[in-house]
Design a protein around this ligand. Sequence first.
Ligand code: CTP
Ligand code: MG
Length: 246
Amino acid sequence: MSVVAVVPAAGSGQRLGAGEPKAFVTVGGTPMLVRAVDGLLRSGAVDHVVVAAPAELVESARRLLPGRPVTVVAGGADRTASVLCALGALHDGGDPNGVHTGDERSGTRRGDAPEVVLVHDAARPLTPPALVAAVVAAVRAGHRAVVPVLPVADTVKRVDAVGRVVETVDRTVLRAVQTPQGFTPELLLRAHRAAAARGAAATDDAGLVEAIGEPVHTVPGDATAFKITTAWDHRIAENLLQDNDN
Ligand code: CTP
Ligand code: MG
């Protein structure tokens, strides 16, 4: 039974402000999208990847990923919509724009029901393959929704509309959530369909699972799986890669 990873990569990267969609911005000379996809495949735990790219860059994304078991489809208006576009490609035989660019024999044919579906941001290009494997293992072990998390280091306060502190939140019960997040396909699809019916979106997929009352399991995350959101994050990623080369 196979593992498919969905990679939402259709965002514009407003906060990074690089002048091009974030997934196409390079880190250490390689586009984030390519690093994210290759990290998934290097885990040895992922058979096929479905990328949701900006509609006008679907062809460009395909050209960046030759020889890999990858399908590229057009994404949607927000992250939740992009994930749903990618899920359509693996579930119903797909978006008509989606084509295989990789090796059909090594990949999972579209329409096959995978055992595990991962959702992984293109904006987390340094995610260690071992983390990918750990999330897949947790789903295989029987957890139907799995998220990697880290403890929160900063003191966290709740504020009101004018920025006045309302309270200090107990950070020992808080976790910062990363990707890849892992799911059984049935649960992830049910959560997304319910969200679409409600007209709801979320910043992660586990949030949609929570919204339908299903349990979400946590596994230890990894600091290097951080998301590149701002120019500062991008600089940190560049520096980490330089350190690794030396
Ligand atoms: N994403 C997507 N489709 C969208 C919006 C976001 O596939 N319509 C993806 C991004 O490409 C990214 C991931 O979701 O890999 C996490 O989103 P975020 O970090 O917010 O990226 P952007 O939306 O591109 O950045 P910003 O919010 O700063 O514009
Ligand atoms: Mg965004």
